[in-house]
Structures are given as structure tokens and as C-alpha cells.
Ligand binder design. Structure first.
Ligand code: SAH
Length: 249
């Protein structure tokens, strides 16, 4: 098994593959004026196993196309949608976020939680804009500094992992420069990282290691996640995921 396959395996059958919560999804959705809107065409990009997709399907009058590159996650989402009676409202699509082929100005809402970093925030907001109808909404969560000073050690980590991490004001400027108007911003609270993502992940480490016979690669992956969790616990007052809800202008 490749390192990639192992990482997917570690995240399989979990509710989420990144920080977030139903409360956060609903809070972001609350910034979108949905009064009288019916039959909305929604994209959920980098949906994973669909934690937020199900929430969107329950709360929006319309259809959601949930996009991810990993079929395993899409299969899980389809199963959950079936159980929850939402299968009619959700279509899964295996496709890369930088290679989408939707019609221009055909989408009412583009949603993406903890995933746009895969192509980079700026590139994502640029490329996806053409799919939105005028006045359509883009709602994304993205790694964000929540203070204007931070320890060098933390900065070094993020520069290695994702150098596009930035302050909310700089992220909002990128949205404005690319033809969006911000309608709402907040950052994810600690429980969205710990209770909803890191704790369930930690709870899987032992069985994951056992399942892979404590292979060197499996151990290395667990160690990397353990140090990421430690880093979060030490430095959580400096960064989070910012949730940016904006309207195409
Ligand atoms: N939105 C989900 C998953 C976030 S994790 C949640 O918040 O729980 C990031 C997701 O992006 C993973 O499911 C991963 O498979 C997906 N992903 C990674 N690269 C991608 C790409 N190029 N195109 C589409 N999805 C991608």
C-alpha cells in the first residue's frame, strides 16, 4: 500500500476528514440569503465522506453535486445519503477540483470545507468563479492566522505545509480582487478541531496500526498526525480555519 492509500485508509469511515462541524456549516449557510430560493444548483468541492454535504442537503432547496478525487469517500457519502433519505438530492462526482467542467454561470452556491488548499486558495477562487451565476455564493474554509504575531516555530511549520496560510484581511482582499464581495466571516472554534476531527482520528490509531502490522510507513503516518495534533494544542490561539462566505459581483 502506498502512503497515500494508507492516509485514505486512516480517514475512511470517519464523519469528517478535516476540522469543522454541523454548527459551523449552518453558521456559514446563515450568511446566504436563501429567502424564496428554490431548486438551487450547489457544488460541494472536496466533499470527502460528506459531513457537510448531508447538512447542506438537509437545509437547501436544491441539488448538490459532491466532488472528490477519492471514490472511497464518495461511496461512503452515497451510503449515508441513502440511509438519511437524501440520495435524490445528492450526486457524487469523482473529479479533481482543478479540472472541473461545469457550464459557465450554472451554479448558485459553491461550497468547500477544508479542501481548497489542495489547489491553493487564490487559484481556487479564480478558477471556480466562472461556474457561479452572477450573485452566486462561494463559501470556503481555509487555513488562517487569527493573530498578527506568532512564534517562529509555528510559522516555519506552516511555510513548509501550506505557505498560502494568511490573515483573514489578506484572504478577504484576494476575494475582493477576484470579483467577490464578502458577506460573512468567522473562524472555527477549538471543538471543531478537537472533538470533531482530532479525537475521532486519534481513536483510530491503534486499530490502524494493527491492521497494517505496525509497518514503518503506518507508524510514520501516525507520528505525523500526533505531532500535528500536538502543534495544534500548543498554538491554537494563533491559527484556525477561517470560513469565508462571499458573493460573486
Ligand atoms: N470537506 C470534507 C473533507 C475535507 S479533507 C470535510 O470537511 O470533512 C480534503 C478533501 O479534499 C479530501 O476528501 C480529499 O480527498 C479531497 N481532495 C484532495 N485533492 C483533491 C482534488 N484535487 N480534487 C478534489 N478533491 C480533492
Amino acid at each position: 500500500m502506498s502512503e497515500f492509500d494508507l492516509i485514505i485508509d486512516l480517514h475512511k469511515n470517519t464523519e469528517r476528514q478535516g476540522p469543522g462541524s454541523e454548527k459551523d456549516t449552518l453558521k456559514a449557510l446563515g450568511y446566504i440569503d436563501m429567502s424564496g430560493k428554490k431548486d438551487l444548483n450547489v457544488l460541494d468541492i472536496g466533499c470527502g465522506s460528506g459531513g457537510q454535504t448531508l447538512t447542506l442537503a438537509q437545509n437547501i432547496d436544491g441539488h448538490i453535486t459532491a466532488v472528490d478525487v477519492f471514490q472511497e469517500f464518495l461511496d461512503e457519502l452515497n451510503e449515508k445519503a441513502l440511509v438519511d433519505g437524501l440520495i435524490e438530492k445528492i450526486t457524487t462526482l469523482k473529479k479533481s477540483m482543478d479540472d472541473l467542467t461545469f457550464d459557465k454561470e450554472s451554479i448558485d452556491i459553491i461550497w468547500s470545507e477544508g479542501a481548497i488548499y489542495n489547489m491553493g486558495f487564490e487559484e481556487g477562487v479564480k478558477q471556480w468563479r466562472k461556474y457561479l451565476k452572477p450573485g452566486g455564493y462561494l463559501s470556503v474554509s481555509e487555513a488562517t492566522w487569527i493573530t498578527n504575531r506568532r512564534p517562529q516555530e509555528l510559522e516555519d511549520f506552516w511555510i513548509r505545509e501550506y505557505p498560502e496560510i494568511d490573515s483573514a484581511s489578506n484572504k478577504i482582499r484576494i476575494l475582493e480582487d477576484n470579483g467577490y464581495t464578502l458577506v460573512g466571516y468567522f473562524y472555527l472554534p477549538e471543538e471543531s478541531w478537537i472533538s470533531n476531527y482530532y479525537r475521532p482520528l486519534e481513536a483510530r490509531f491503534a486499530s490502524f496500526l494493527q491492521h497494517h502490522n505496525h509497518s514503518e510507513m503506518a507508524r510514520q503516518i501516525v507520528e505525523e498526525y500526533q505531532s500535528e495534533i500536538k502543534l495544534y494544542s500548543r498554538f491554537k490561539e494563533y491559527f484556525s480555519y477561517g470560513f469565508y462566505v462571499s458573493r460573486k459581483n
